[in-house]
Write a protein that binds this ligand. Sequence first.
Ligand code: IVH
Length: 661
Amino acid sequence: MNKNEAKKKIEKLREEINLHNYKYYVENNPVISDYEFDQLLKKLEKLESNFPELITPESPTQRVGEQPSEGFETVEHKVPMLSLANTYTYDELREFDERVKKHVSDVEYVVEPKIDGAGVALLYENSVLVRGATRGDGIRGDDITQNLKTIRSIPLRLRNNTLKNIEVRGEVYMSIDGFKKYNKEQAKKGGVVFANTRNATAGSLRQLDSRIVAERPLDIFIYFISYSDKDLKTHEKTLEALKEAGFRTNPLTKKVSDIEEAIKYCGELEKQREKLDYEIDGAVIKVNSLEKQKELGSTSKNPRWAISYKFAAKQSTTLLNDIAIQVGRTGTLTPVAILEPVEVGGVTVSRATLHNFDELKRKDIRIGDQVLVERSGDVIPQVVKSIIDKRTGTEKRKSIPKKCPVCGTAVVREEGEVAVRCPNKYCPARLKWRVRYYASRDAMDIDHLGESTIDKLIGEGLIDNIADLYFLKKEDVLKLEGFKEKSAQNLLDSIEKSKKQDLSRFIYGLGIRHVGKYAAQLLASKYNSIDELANASEEELKEIDGLGGKTAGAIATFFATDENTKLIEKLKDIGVKTKEIRKKNLPLQGKKFVFTGGLTTFSRPDASDLIKKKGGIVASSVSKDISYVVVGDKPGSKFGKAKKLGLVTISEEEFKELVAK
Ligand code: IVH
């Protein structure tokens, strides 16, 4: 192939890849599979490696840099990046409207969510992304082009030739789900945990190595064109043009005809806040006509044509009364902040996580401090920091306990490990977690057996292990504080009822490491009894499609432990069902299902039970071996992924027909 031919091929491939990238990351509507996409990318890489002189910075192969940069260059924004004036009440929004109407008439507004991330500016010349920068002081920011290129929904080349030379503004953010996973990993490793998605985003964008940035779950919404050589009439049209050009815009944006309607929509957005997979801290109200925006102009700091309406803060300060130590299911000691109760974004908070002792030390949080507490997404409240200025000198540090606070056994900390653990397998704290796990909704689903009841049962010495639950007598329960005839009977009935739960729930309830709901179902569909499972070799378990080597090892270890096999024997003796005589060839035998979106005629647990009864399995995430993806109302990202993998998707109606067979 000569250079000319290669050039043509390369250009065609890039166009194709950009299209599929757009379909996947912006429209959430892929038309080819992951595999096919990778093949296209590989083809391009190969051609480019044969003709390296044809590599251009906007090629889809250039999203992640090969080396860390030494630092960021400071660059001047084409147009200063202003910030928005804040309001906190609807009356302040009405005042804003009055101010606007003093200068212009017939005003329409556009209301959109205020994304809580990091504002950035992207510069395109001749349709190619040439620079991406942080806000900085509004006049100058850092050039973080290489980091921003790793965000797949940022087009490296604009589509459709409608916009060519522009500077756009948008907000980079980390999804709440991604943030939770990231923090969990970090806490385990003893790395820096972020207080919220905003800090996580800003921290990620500051990385010098774009390979690290590429692994962080970042995305972007674009909401503004700050400079353009094309004449647009309204903000609404601007957003449409942005979308046309390949940018991801926020779907909750709405045009309204007056301020009262804007206020109403602000209220609706605030209600939706908890359901979104990204943080929003308010709404932004913008004058729709760009001509009117121009007439209104800006002060030195803020535009006069837009304002932000801030939702109730998810941060508050309060007194840290104590640092308690919680002992987890595996014996890990975790420091927990005991707070003077305080309202944080509409919820009263009295406990907050401090993650681990390294984190506590790093943040130098002391008992008696005034602390800043934050709820981010549906994450457990966290202590962000201490307010140092408020210290009086009487605050006390909390050191790592030498002994387990529950059983008094000396704690251990392995060399290089973050976790401080109680090594006592029989520690009541661990027992409590095991019982909670066994009784939980997804396991044996034992009603009336909540945390405080478990505490009391252990405290009174009535249970030493899970099997003891089944030996409880009414007079035992009646001795516990708060129990009367009826409530005692209810508890005993629920415990009795649990004897008949499915094998998959029983396996899950045993709390074997790495065995989640899905793995438990896989195992229950393969083995007819707990004994069969216990006798399976690690090699055999490894062969089970979808299980993985780590899980197989953990199962083998579990059944090789005397204490566990003894427990199972006991449970069998008392009559807990550990066998399932299944008819072979059930209609959905071995079929794997995933749900996305809401169902209207079933609850998810009911629908799952139906599937299991017919021999099927319910998974929580999409992978290539899923047989059916049931698509309900407002499906999430699983739908896009399913289509991308070319899986069979069915509606709720079709699902009903399938399980009716
Ligand atoms: S418009 C000239 N729209 O909030 C107006 N900003 O305090 C440019 N932000 O710096 C801003 N979501 O980083 C606009 N839908 C949205 C936004 C938004 C988040 C951020 C942005 C801005 C800050 C203003």
